[in-house]
Design a protein around this ligand. Structure first.
Ligand SMILES: Cc1cc2nc3c(=O)[nH]c(=O)nc-3n(C[C@H](O)[C@H](O)[C@H](O)COP(=O)(O)O)c2cc1C
Length: 306
């Protein structure tokens, strides 16, 4: 019997549905047992979000401060052949519940020595968050064996507009009949089951070395080429903002409200102005230094940590 543990935290349910689709072939195999564990913060985050709560979650997400988590149902000393970890992305960083789990004692105990496959279903900027997850997994003694990253395929600014409706008003579709629904398409969610077949094969052979290569060949890692450089620079700027805000106080502290409000104005304006510039610069870099750009993309498709 092969034992799999699936850890997930999802607010809209999208990430859980992606995981479910991936797990379809594994669930159908009687020789595989799957345990599900929801990662629950001690103090729940809201959904839908208010603007105030959303931006107040920014500094601690970016600074990757671990929050208190509810005790896991699963025994942390239980052994698993594979852990599949749903990774929600917040502000180019792991979501606070994910960081809370990865940096917890229980998390480290569960992850130590295990093969882990990470799965994200973000808007389109997950590279920095995944680098942080790679490091946290390494610190916990886990071995990252695979990564599947699905994204919203709409143009960047369109997905920014639609995700606002989704996160703040729980309105996922019907944007005047013009804009596409927010999030990962239903077709991509359904077709994610193909990754499960590849995972099952690796699990049965206990051979994870070439898993990521196979997942990438199956289209398991999506990224927007023209946003890679913008995203890498943005995390640096985000850290400065996060420090600037958090020096005034912790989560919910009224003393940091003014700074949080300024950031709430800066973010959409920054995106509107910087996106087209980044798009042009990225195309120029890819044209002038195609090898460097390709190498960079290949690194982010992989599971190694530089
Ligand atoms: C506070 C917050 C910040 C987010 N920041 C990012 C981000 O930096 N990059 C990104 O691609 N998606 C970002 N998203 C979108 C999420 O990664 C995810 O796609 C969306 O919240 C739905 O996820 P769920 O089904 O796991 O709840 C953010 C969402 C939230 C709630």
């Amino acid at each position: 019997m092969k034992k799999i543990l699936v850890l997930h935290y999802s607010q809209t349910g999208q990430l859980t549905r992606v995981l479910d689709s991936i797990l379809t072939p594994l669930k159908a195999d009687p020789a595989v047992s799957i345990t599900y564990e929801e990662l629950k913060p001690a103090k729940p985050f809201p959904f839908p979000w208010t603007s105030k709560e959303f931006f107040d979650a920014f500094p601690e997400s970016v600074l990757e401060k671990p929050i208190e988590m509810q005790t896991l149902k699963v025994n942390p000393s239980e052994q698993f052949d594979l852990i599949i970890l749903g990774c929600q992305v917040w502000f180019l960083s792991p979501s606070q519940p994910l960081t809370g789990f990865l940096k917890s004692k229980e998390g480290a105990q569960l992850l130590n020595g295990k093969n882990v496959i990470t799965v994200s279903a973000s808007r389109n900027m997950w590279l920095n968050a995944q680098e942080s997850v790679k490091l946290m997994l390494k610190n916990a003694g886990a071995k990252l064996a695979g990564n599947i990253a699905l994204i919203d395929r709409a143009p960047n600014l369109v997905s920014v507009a639609t995700i606002v409706g989704w996160l703040f008003y729980n309105k996922k579709e019907n944007y005047f009949g013009i804009l596409p629904p927010s999030g990962i398409s239903e077709k991509e969610i359904a077709e994610a089951s193909r990754f499960g077949t590849t995972i099952l094969e690796a699990l049965n052979k206990n051979e994870f070395q070439r898993l990521q290569e196979k997942l990438v060949a199956q289209g398991g890692v999506s990224m927007v080429k023209t946003l890679v450089n913008l995203e890498l620079r943005a995390k640096f700027i985000f850290r400065k903002w996060a420090q600037f805000i958090s020096t005034k106080g912790g989560p919910g502290d009224p003393k940091r409200r003014v700074r949080t409000k300024i950031f709430a104005w800066y973010l959409p304006i920054g995106l509107l102005v910087l996106s087209p510039i980044a798009f042009t610069l990225s195309n120029l870099i890819m044209l002038l230094m195609p090898k460097k750009a390709k190498k960079q993309r290949e690194y982010f498709e992989g599971v190694e940590l530089k």
